[in-house]
Ligand binder design. Sequence first.
Ligand SMILES: NC(=O)C1=CN([C@@H]2O[C@H](COP(=O)(O)OP(=O)(O)OC[C@H]3O[C@@H](n4cnc5c(N)ncnc54)[C@H](OP(=O)(O)O)[C@@H]3O)[C@@H](O)[C@H]2O)C=CC1
Ligand SMILES: CC(=O)C(=O)O
Ligand SMILES: [Mg+2]
Length: 414
Amino acid sequence: MSDFREQALRYHAEPRPGKISIEISKPAETVTDLALAYSPGVAEPVREIAADATNIYKYTAKGNLVAVISNGTAILGLGNLGHLASKPVMEGKALLFKRFANLDSIDIEVSHRTTEEFINTVANIADTFGGINLEDIKAPECFEIEQELIKRCNIPVFHDDQHGTAIVTAAGLLNALEIQGKDISKAIIVCMGAGAAAIACMELLIKCGAMREHIYMLDTKGVIHTRREDLNQYKQLFANNTDKRTLEDALAGADVFVGVSGPDVLPPEALKLMADKPVIFACSNPDPEIKPELAHAERSDLIMATGRSDYPNQVNNVLCFPFIFRGALDVRASVINDEMKLAAVQAIRAIAKEPVPQEVLQAAKVPSLEFGKAYIIPKPMDPRLLSRVARAVAEAAVASGVARIPMPEAYFQP
Ligand SMILES: NC(=O)C1=CN([C@@H]2O[C@H](COP(=O)(O)OP(=O)(O)OC[C@H]3O[C@@H](n4cnc5c(N)ncnc54)[C@H](OP(=O)(O)O)[C@@H]3O)[C@@H](O)[C@H]2O)C=CC1
Ligand SMILES: CC(=O)C(=O)O
Ligand SMILES: [Mg+2]
């Protein structure tokens, strides 16, 4: 067994299995404590909530609680390995919610037969939570699942692989293009993958100024074009009226490659086909579409990012989901809308252009970081993500009319 594999397995197994636990938040030592916590005291908040459901936020943990829910059909780039195998990833998301945004989070892995059964399962338990983060659910089912749950739930429902990924990709790409001296409205973009992450990333890039007709999307059968008859309704939105058919055809003269597909699908020599100063986001996890060392060996003028923590430029939804939920829950937003997503993009982007605090350099184990080709996007452990992204999101929720309470006082304290 490799050292790293052994280390990763031991990390998950010891000293106790898993990565999260539940802690109690009130005294529970004496007879008086128990009389308050349980019978008879617990009857009082029960009566208050029965009389007015919004009291649930006052007397229970709901308002700070996010469910991370998966069926294991698209676990990272590892594929459909079933709901049980997705549990380490979902516990990992819960760990990140707590570590970066102090949100309590619990993972729920659902076994189901039909899409409707999954939707009903989630809809029936949704009221317990402040928000629902859907994770690693494959396309195209993920689109219907999210849309239906948004309709049926009274709390934010957010498919992280779609929108978390899209927000971070947009923030990173806008910065990378700025460094390369390119304009997104003129950029030719190749998107490898046509699933949850791909469709959402490209839709958000279009909202940020990219041109739909400049996007070449590929699935396992090659370029998605108007003469294909095997496209689902989501892929059809990206059917390009083009003669390009292969990855190499699409890469010729392209400015950007966004990989949200699978490992090692971008041959290093194909990078030569791209325009000057290209941007390569190889975001498949754990193994990117191309290894950074191979890409850098092929060309010196590119900007390279992956989804991993162990290379520079980590384009990963961890830079978004803890903070977008923090902002949404802090103003009790009913949904996470486009205004909130675009506010998150701009807030994440801006942090990368500012001097990096010493504690971030220490956590990243690097002597310095400065906005440029090897630092296009903040590090996940940057504490400014919490204060700045959550605030921008909460303000956007209030301004767009989906907040159910005003900005909390804490946001106005120095
Ligand atoms: N860095 C990050 O933050 C994130 C990265 N990702 C990564 O993106 C990838 C996709 O995730 P997600 O969208 O949720 O999964 P989905 O299952 O929804 O979509 C996968 C897509 O990738 C396509 N694909 C798979 N293999 C290839 C290949 N060899 N060539 C071309 N296309 C291929 C599939 O094609 P077809 O439609 O033909 O089956 C499908 O369109 C994963 O590797 C995941 O780790 C996802 C979310 C966040
Ligand atoms: C990062 C992530 O959510 C994924 O790769 O699926
Ligand atoms: Mg995921």
